[in-house]
Ligand binder design. Structure first.
Ligand SMILES: C[S@@+](CC[C@H](N)C(=O)[O-])C[C@H]1O[C@@H](n2cnc3c(N)ncnc32)[C@H](O)[C@@H]1O
Length: 217
């Protein structure tokens, strides 16, 4: 990257952060980010995606989430993402988690929803694997063998890394040591803003991460 584009990127970052600081200072409602929103536009949230599939008609911010988030430190109340993190490599995912925790206010909560690798592996051994909801609901009836089924889970849809709870908690703690991580049930949360957000029944792995500051962050 040339020195000119480095300066341009730095100025753009500073400009955007200043822009959102001004915008957020006028907002009375909680500030909530829907990360990797796809076509799931949530009213009252800032819906962010890079529209890589060119199928999104409504978006608040077209942004590549492998890079920094253009928001100030400690400025956001809630962050939600569903079926997003598994589309990043481990390192990109950890950087994204670090950014989420940077922009969250102390006491703010990140909710991550994704497919559970343990369920995928269990389906591999299920004698009735051809009649599982994922095969039926996603038009995957053409799959002939368990091996084809599990390879598709790992490789299709741009998947880079699949998680079970153990792996997700480990990567979150590697990204930001000392945070509180809680495993949750589909559409259930202690935080009203984070209830009933998942649009997919196959979001079988859900965790919430709470930012405490400065004691253990
Ligand atoms: C499987 S879709 C999930 C969409 C939505 N959250 C849902 O559950 O229906 C994954 C989304 O992540 C977005 N995405 C993947 N990598 C991204 C990146 N680097 N930056 C921004 N968005 C990205 C894709 O564009 C896509 O819309």
């Amino acid at each position: 990257m040339s020195w000119l584009s480095r300066i341009f990127r730095k100025l753009r970052k500073e400009w955007m952060i200043r822009h959102y600081r001004r915008l957020f200072s006028k907002q009375t409602e909680p500030i909530r980010l829907n990360i990797g929103c796809g076509t799931d536009y949530k009213e009252g949230w800032i819906n962010i995606d890079n529209n890589s599939d060119h199928n999104i008609t409504r978006l608040d911010l077209n942004w590549d989430l492998r890079h920094y988030l253009p928001f100030p430190n400690d400025s956001v109340d809630f962050i939600f993402n569903e079926h997003f993190l598994e589309h990043l490599t481990v390192e990109q995912g950890k950087n994204a988690i670090r950014e989420f925790l940077r922009v969250l206010k102390p006491g703010g909560v990140l909710r991550i929803a994704m497919p559970d690798l343990d369920k995928t592996v269990a389906e591999y051994y299920n004698v009735d694997w051809k009649n599982t909801p994922v095969i039926k609901n996603f038009g995957l009836d053409f799959i002939q063998t368990r091996a084809e089924r599990i390879n598709i889970s790992f490789r299709w849809w741009g998947h880079q890394w699949l998680y079970n709870y153990e792996e997700l908690e480990r990567r979150i703690r590697e990204a930001v040591p000392g945070v509180t991580v809680i495993q949750c049930e589909l559409r259930k949360s202690e935080h009203p803003d984070l209830r009933n957000l998942e649009t997919r029944d196959e979001s079988t792995l859900i965790a919430e991460v709470i930012k405490y500051y400065p004691k253990n962050f």
